[in-house]
Design a protein around this ligand. Sequence first.
Ligand code: TMP
Ligand code: ASP
Length: 236
Amino acid sequence: MEKQQQLYEGKAKKVYATERDDLVIVSYKDDATALDGLKKGSIRGKGVVNNRMSNFLMRLLEKEGVPTHFVKELNDRETVVKKVSIVPLEVIIRNISAGSFAKRYGVEEGIVFKAPTIEFSYKNDELHDPLINEYHALALGLATGAEIERIKSLAFKVNSVLKAYFSALGVRLVDFKLEFGRTPDGNIVLADEISPDTCRFWDAETGEKLDKDRFRRDMGGVEEAYGEMMRRVFGE
Ligand code: TMP
Ligand code: ASP
């Protein structure tokens, strides 16, 4: 499969057409942004970590019955995925308080919830991805009621699979963001990526942050954290 013209460039990935109408190639960059693109930088090797980890986790999820966009890893940074139309909702699952949840409700980070939570943000850069509820998403025609139900059920399934997987690696899955796409035949599949850019990972023993929060919060040791997650998953 060959890359053809570039269709899109995002903050962390580029997307290319292929000779097939139904497939595109995603290419992962080392570029990193935070705070709505205000903070810009680069995390050496991040594209490789995110590409390989995301593909590994998507395959694991497929085995557990979660349909995904994943088709084939081409190399360390590039992957063939199904061309989907992205549902403009960021789907956030939380197991432990952190980040915007802790800030919004004035609570400390690290409170283990009795049950996982779900929330949606409207994917819209100009509006800074505002929090949105299901009724508002329906009113704006962002998804149908059936699609929202399917997305919720898949997102909680992803959480139970990933929580157990990372727990066995000595990592607490604090929270994460998912995106879903529609295939031409109208099915909802998991899309985008699952990586240290889109998840919060805390070491189970020490509580050390092993994700993009080290970049967002200027903590240092960013590349080392991505490298450590790579070692936990691939033993390398
Ligand atoms: P938050 O606490 O800042 O709302 O983030 C929740 C989770 O979503 C966290 O794991 C990081 C991830 N996330 C993204 O993947 N992209 C984003 O643009 C934001 C704001 C968060
Ligand atoms: N990548 C997002 C941005 O640039 C936010 C984040 O991951 O913190 O706004």
